[in-house]
Design a protein around this ligand. Structure first.
Ligand SMILES: C[S@@+](CC[C@H](N)C(=O)[O-])C[C@H]1O[C@@H](n2cnc3c(N)ncnc32)[C@H](O)[C@@H]1O
Length: 210
């Protein structure tokens, strides 16, 4: 577990209407509730009065997007995912069904880049390139898997309750996850970073313009 290992996740390769994908997205909602990364992001974002725009990368089912919209309806949110726009997403939220590697969105000091359980999908060289791509953002909020044997063991406890896609992707995600200083080292010094983790294996990284 010394180094990150990035391997493909099954959910990314399934059609979003495939029953196994639907079930795995449901599992993810339970895992998200346990890991509390989404709530951490909302709690950090809510008092950031200088932020008026959010770009959420890998927004999945749009759960975090909805929570951010409810907490800060004044923020213009653009959510990006390979998956189609979730039904019933509030009309004010912009949804881009795109590969994040192919988007070119303007960003400035009033923009926060946000992702929950997403940036671990990418190799270090991609993440290093994001230090330039997103360098003007006023804030970066990321909740990602903490890479450790303990996280793997905690994941095993979920095995009876989740499907084969989630079992596979959980292990792959943890192996591609991060230790506290790694995110900061990859995304660079454009922001002043704080990193911490909670017991169920969630790493939280907050970067703000110094
Ligand atoms: C582990 S899920 C996390 C979803 C959501 N953030 C959550 O916490 O429930 C990863 C998401 O990333 C999306 N995804 C994977 N690779 C992507 C890419 N290159 N561009 C955009 N979305 C991508 C998948 O469609 C999936 O919804």
């Amino acid at each position: 577990m010394e180094q990150r290992v990035v391997r493909p996740e099954l959910l990314d390769e399934l059609d979003s209407n495939d029953p196994a994908a639907i079930r795995s997205r449901r599992d993810l909602r339970v895992i998200n509730r346990l890991m509390r990364g989404e709530q951490w992001i909302v709690n950090q974002l809510t008092p950031m009065r200088n932020i008026t725009r959010v770009i959420e990368l890998g927004a999945g089912d749009g759960i975090l997007t909805r929570k951010m919209h409810a907490a800060r309806p004044d923020i213009a949110i653009t959510a990006v995912d390979l998956a189609p726009r979730p039904p019933d997403l509030p009309a004010g939220i912009k949804w881009l069904q795109k590969n994040v590697l192919e988007i070119d969105l303007a960003c400035d000091g009033s923009t926060a880049i946000v992702a929950n359980l997403f940036i671990h999908h990418f190799d270090n060289d991609v993440l290093e390139s994001w230090s330039t791509k997103w360098r003007d953002a006023g804030a970066v909020l990321l909740a990602e898997p903490y890479r450790s044997t303990t996280s793997i063991c905690l994941g095993w406890l979920m095995y009876p309750f989740v499907n084969h896609v989630t079992r596979h992707d959980m292990r792959v995600s943890i192996e591609a996850g991060f230790r506290p200083d790694e995110v900061q080292n990859l995304l660079g010094n454009n922001w002043k970073w704080e990193a911490g983790r909670n017991f169920p294996g969630s790493l939280r990284c907050k970067g703000v313009k110094s």
